[in-house]
Design a protein around this ligand. Structure first.
Ligand SMILES: *Cc1c(COP(=O)(O)O)cnc(C)c1O
Length: 961
């Protein structure tokens, strides 16, 4: 019996996680390889990936660990974070996530694995949730049009600055920022302003706009309401004065305070921005949370980011979809006004649901309690002889303690509370939803004050200014009143989730977006309090677990990409682009090359590339794409020559946005370097490269990655994301840093790109866990299977649809583009018809019309097993046969299952007048009737919604019957 003995070490390894992450098993891989004519994964890689870019060595990462081991390691890291009561404030507050929302949204794959709602018919649940979010923000800010989330408060304020400059009457002058704005917001604004030539002036505006500033011209003003110090001032006179100067006024507001205070809209503001973090979203050491922006109606069409609107479907029923999609930055390219793409959908859904669950009275109750704690504390401090600076405040106090601030902050820390160390003489104390009597006693004690909470409560009056008490109704819509019991809430969440198609139903074969497995083990730590409850500005000695995790992830990503240094601060791919381009800019300037401002971008690039370049103060020059989908070498060389002295950088996606490993990449990089330019390799397609090739080694100077694509952070229905930027050593001094956390970046850095020092730190455990679970070999195998799956699909579909571009050996990289244009031309069946018909077959459509109009881009990823790949191919082939029926006239040109797709259950029960059967409509070949996904609405009329823009919950009467 000894011959079959398996060693303990081997048994302990259990089932390698790799086998859970990678869909096709050995036997399936062999079948797929045989189908495309290869004997092994290595043979395929050798043929598909150009030799010039291949890594010389295997990834120097340890072998993958088991799920149990990795969870243990993560628990160890979590235990090295110390969670104190946070009373630091500055835009980040303790909050109690209602468990019904925690478990059924944040921890529920039906919500977190969904894609951006570009296919609205299968996204009605999250679109409704986002409409709730928009309604909540619009109501509380008193401004009618709110978008469906921005990345954080700092970048929302920076976007407001850009908006003010675009739409305002004053075209010159400065952007004026009140001194009581959040310091990280001011810093993010300064990072964004400098390259675009905007001058930011920070001044104390409590007595109005100083004459010498007014004389220079002011195009925009930013106020914080309540201020960073806690002060609540009546800004009406200031807003009026700003308007007289022709300035656009932005108020950065706290939504909880707005349940009690007059709204910015009513005060006269043009734009309101802020964060919705304290509406039930854990602090997560800085993020992710949903930022917001709301504007006056006349600016609705200039809002950055996504906007959900109401429209109608083919049966005239109300339906939601993304409004004004032609504004999407993908399409705007160099005309883009903002680079935001991935936003914060999952967190926006949570914040909206928090308002749905609590309703206006519940929210106001939380606000009143928070305010009362602050007043009780102020009463106690004053009674103890401590000076409290402001007479009117909401939740935050500033205490003046000459020379004693450090000592008091330390004493509070000893007692388990973090306070804000403003300077040597000032201490900030912020109350929130989680504040209790214990914290008040601890804080009073730290100041050396005794106080009986009951007596202080009896003595304390309210401290909200009489003139600013809110008197209008808000959140009157039934959605904010109907789901007060947990049963009702649970069912509402379930109802919405059931309307959506996410990865928990089937594959989402989105080119460029890598919708791979988001493993539960990777997700679990995110909601552990030791990762969730840390304030981003907590002392670093309380965050040792985080810092270790961050450092290790940075190092491992540097290894994988071949760069020398990585910053995890950017909280989306777009932000990584901006950070990378700012590094390039700073580098050229440091070398005395201020004139190097031209950014070459191939015409096939993702829209964020050009938008980021514009934001980095660069001039975009578009390079042609050749017939074969590759960068047109002649045009590139001509442009390099033409702009030789001004060339700053070439931005190139690799593998290309066409899903092809271009063979000339190293020559291209060399030519750019020869002309003194830098090479930016957009790393969103890194899923084709990990373990196989390193952009930092084959010619790139800088790249961003998308951890929400390649490294398993879920898409969340359109966010969150993390967009780390990796650079070679010469650019490292110019990575992002942070004014409040010196360890977060180089002293010589370009300033903060995100409001928080490590961006969306709260979701970094996901990518850390993925790398740890897979190990070096596992990561490489994932890449190889991703390439195998894409080639398998390409091969299976090729006889039915032309595959548009291929690289070496007729192979594609990790995605393939199939061309529907010839079929459209011959039969009238459009790309839309195919995409919507896929819904009837139980699939999410691939990426439509990007990067080439009239095509579908398919990226299966390594996580889909062979059965699912085949189910998809079978559906596509069956649809091809349906198109044929339209072509031959067997099916009517207009009234056919393709044109009428998707079919709802309701559409079957009325009178059936179509020339095809109900079975053909909803149970076409291969669809399992018992497992069918039913879309809740039929095809949505986007244009109708754009003409009749409605971006908050429809009025009550629409809900009758
Ligand atoms: C997704 C993507 C981006 C932008 O990333 P976001 O996180 O959405 O900002 C940039 N470039 C390419 C090629 C992408 O696929």
């Amino acid at each position: 019996m000894t011959t079959n003995r398996i060693s303990l070490t081997e048994l302990e390894r259990g089932t390698p996680f790799e086998q859970r992450h990678i869909g096709p098993d050995q036997a399936a891989q062999a079948k797929m390889l045989a189908h495309i004519g290869f004997g092994s994964l290595d043979e395929l890689t050798a043929a598909a990936v150009p030799d010039v870019i291949k890594s010389a060595e295997a990834l120097d990462l340890p072998q993958g660990r088991t799920e149990a081991e990795v969870l243990d390691e993560l628990r160890g890291l979590a235990d090295r974070n110390r969670v104190l009561s946070s009373m630091i404030g500055l835009g980040y507050y303790g909050t109690f996530t209602p468990p019904v929302i925690l478990r059924n949204v944040m921890e529920n794959p039906a919500w977190y694995t969904a894609y951006t709602p570009y296919q609205p018919e299968i996204s009605q649940g999250r679109l409704e949730a986002l409409l709730n979010f928009q309604t909540m923000v619009a109501d509380l800010t008193g401004l009618p049009t709110s978008g469906a989330s921005l990345l954080d408060e700092g970048t929302a304020a920076a976007e407001a600055m850009a908006l003010a400059r675009r739409v305002g009457k004053v075209k010159k002058g400065v952007f004026l920022v009140d001194a009581d704005c959040l310091p990280q917001t001011v810093a993010v604004i300064e990072t964004r302003a400098e390259p675009t030539g905007v001058e930011v002036v920070v001044a104390d505006l409590s007595d109005g706009i100083p004459a010498e500033i007014a004389e220079r011209g002011v195009f925009g003003v930013l106020l914080q309401y309540p201020g960073a110090s806690g002060a609540v001032r009546d800004p009406r006179a200031l807003i009026e004065q700003a308007h007289e100067l022709g300035a656009i006024v932005t108020v950065a507001a706290d939504l909880l305070a707005l349940t009690l205070l007059t709204s910015p809209g009513e005060l006269g503001a043009d734009i309101a921005v802020g964060t919705t973090q304290r509406f039930g979203v854990p602090m997560g050491f800085g993020g992710p949370h949903a930022g917001f922006m709301a504007v006056r109606e006349k600016f609705a069409r200039s809002l950055p980011g996504r906007l959900v609107g109401v429209s109608v479907d083919a049966d005239g029923n109300k339906a939601y979809r993304l409004a004004l999609q032609t504004r999407e930055q993908h399409i705007r390219r160099e005309k883009a006004t903002s680079n935001i793409c991935t936003a914060q959908v999952l967190l926006a859904v949570m914040a909206g649901m928090y308002a749905v669950y609590h309703g206006p009275e519940g929210l106001a109750g939380i606000a009143r309690r928070t305010h009362r704690y602050a007043t009780v504390l102020a009463e106690g401090l004053r009674a103890g002889g401590i000076e409290v600076l402001h007479g009117t405040y909401f939740d935050t106090l500033t205490a003046r303690v000459p020379g004693r601030a450090a000592e008091i902050v330390a004493a509070a820390r000893e007692a388990g509370v973090n306070l804000r160390h403003v300077d040597a003489d000032l201490v900030g104390i912020a109350c929130d939803e989680t504040t209790g009597r214990a914290q008040l006693t601890a804080v009073l004690g730290a100041f050396g004050v005794q106080g009986d909470i009951e007596q202080l409560d009896a003595a304390a009056g309210d401290a909200l200014p009489e003139s600013l008490l809110r008197s209008d109704d808000y959140l009157a819509h039934p959605v904010f009143h109907q789901y007060r019991s947990e049963t009702a809430m649970l069912r509402y969440l379930r109802t919405l989730a059931d309307r959506d198609y996410a990865l928990d139903r089937g594959m989402i074969p989105l080119g460029s977006c890598t919708m791979k497995l988001n493993a539960t083990t990777e997700m679990e730590p995110v909601t552990w309090p030791q990762f969730g409850a840390l304030h981003p500005f907590a002392p670093v000695d309380q965050a040792q677990g985080y810092l270790t995790l961050i450092q290790e992830l940075e190092e491992r990503l540097a290894l994988v990409t071949g760069y020398d240094k990585v910053s995890l601060q950017p909280n989306a791919g777009s932000q990584g682009e901006l950070a990378g381009l700012l590094a390039v800019r700073a580098y050229h300037r440091a070398n005395g090359d201020e004139q190097r401002t031209v950014c070459l971008i191939p015409s096939s690039a993702h829209g964020t590339n050009a938008a980021s370049a514009v934001m980095a103060g660069m001039k975009v020059v578009v390079v042609k794409t050749g017939e074969d989908g590759e960068v047109d070498a002649d045009d590139l060389h001509a442009k390099i020559e033409q702009y030789r002295d001004e060339l700053a950088v070439l931005m190139v996606t690799y593998p290309s946005t066409h899903g092809v490993f271009e063979e000339h990449i190293t020559q291209i990089c060399a030519a750019v370097h020869d002309a003194g330019g830098q090479v930016y390799v957009d790393g969103a397609n890194l899923n084709a490269l990990v373990g196989v090739a390193e952009p930092g080694k084959f010619g790139g100077d800088v790249s961003h990655l998308n951890l929400h694509k390649t490294f398993c952070i879920p898409h969340g229905g359109g966010g969150p994301g993390v967009g780390p930027v990796g650079v070679r050593a010469h650019l490292a001094p110019y990575l992002p840093n942070h004014p409040l956390q010196p360890t977060a970046g180089p002293e010589t850095g370009v300033g903060p790109i995100s409001a928080a020092p490590w961006g969306s730190a709260g979701i970094l455990p996901i990518s850390w866990a993925y790398v740890r679970l897979m190990g070096g070999e596992g990561l490489k195998r994932a890449t190889q299977v991703a390439v195998l799956s894409a080639n398998y699909i390409a091969k299976r579909l090729e006889p039915h649809y032309p595959v548009l571009y291929t690289g070496p050996g007729g192979l594609v990289a990790h995605e393939c583009i199939i061309d529907v244009r010839p079929l459209t031309k011959a039969t009238g069946v459009s790309i839309d018809d195919v995409a919507k018909r896929l819904i009837d077959y139980g699939f999410h459509a691939p990426t439509m019309s990007f990067p080439v109009a009239g095509t579908l881009m398919i990226e299966p990823t390594e996580s889909e097993d062979l059965a699912e790949l085949d189910r998809f191919c079978d559906a596509m082939i069956a649809i091809r046969a349906e198109i044929e029926k339209v072509g031959t006239g067997e099916w009517d040109k207009e009234d056919n299952p393709l044109r009428n797709a998707p079919h709802t259950a309701a559409s079957l029960t009325g009178e059936w007048t179509h020339p095809y059967t109900r079975e053909e409509a909803v149970h076409p070949a291969g669809v399992d009737a018992a497992a069918k996904y039913w879309p809740p609405v039929r095809r949505i009329d986007g244009a109708f919604g754009d003409r009749n823009l409605v971006c908050s919950c429809p009025p009550l009467e629409d809900y009758d019957g």
